[in-house]
Design a protein around this ligand. Structure first.
Ligand SMILES: [Zn+2]
Length: 195
């Protein structure tokens, strides 16, 4: 018979992305068998929750606001890359290929989930579309909602007289056509380039 506190812990873990009750039970049991890890985890969660905040300019997560990217003196401040979430920003940073600024939307527009421009950080983005910005790169995901959000933002950017570009979508390196899903193949064909 599980105690209340243990049952509570299992239901909290089960709320994490990608985990169900079965994995939550295994994790809770593992933590109970490794008390030192359990204490470290709980301390780390409390201190991270206290320390991390959303950047007032771009909505990135950092211990300071404005974040290190927004206040960096070496980044190209004429470029803004619009992403859906912080995980996308991290992915682009890992590539080390991009040296401009970001804007994190906090999701996508969705009629089904009732996500409107007001519930994202689109107003904040509008205020950033000023004359010293030369280009806005729209890097929303290649999903239906990512695409329509991208189109919406592109129209705002163009209205402000700024160039809007998007990431090329296509076939990943090393992939075979036979294994592509129809959406990827359709976009790759539509955005075909000269050899
Ligand atoms: Zn920032």
């Amino acid at each position: 018979m599980q105690q209340n506190s243990l049952r509570n812990l299992i239901s909290i873990i089960a709320k994490l992305p990608g985990l169900g009750r079965r994995s939550a039970r295994r994790i809770a049991l593992h933590l109970l068998q490794h008390k030192e890890l359990m204490h470290k985890l709980s301390e780390s969660i409390i201190s991270t929750a206290k320390e991390m905040k959303f950047c007032e300019i771009c909505n990135n997560l950092d211990s300071v606001s404005p974040c290190a990217i927004c206040s960096s003196s070496t980044r190209d401040k004429s470029l803004i890359c619009v992403v859906e979430g912080v995980a996308d920003l991290w992915a682009l940073e890992r590539s080390r290929l991009y040296n401009g600024l970001y804007h994190v939307l906090g999701g996508t527009l969705s009629a089904i989930n009732g996500t409107t421009p007001e519930s994202l950080t689109i107003d904040k983005l509008k205020r950033r579309l000023v004359s010293n910005i030369g280009e806005v790169i729209i890097a929303t995901n290649a999903t239906l909602e990512g695409e329509s959000t991208g189109h919406y933002i592109a129209s705002l950017v163009e209205k402000a007289g700024i160039k809007a570009t998007r990431l090329a979508h296509g076939i990943p390196m090393g992939a075979e056509l036979d294994h592509m899903d129809d959406g990827t193949l359709t976009i790759a064909l539509k955005l075909r380039q000269l050899f």
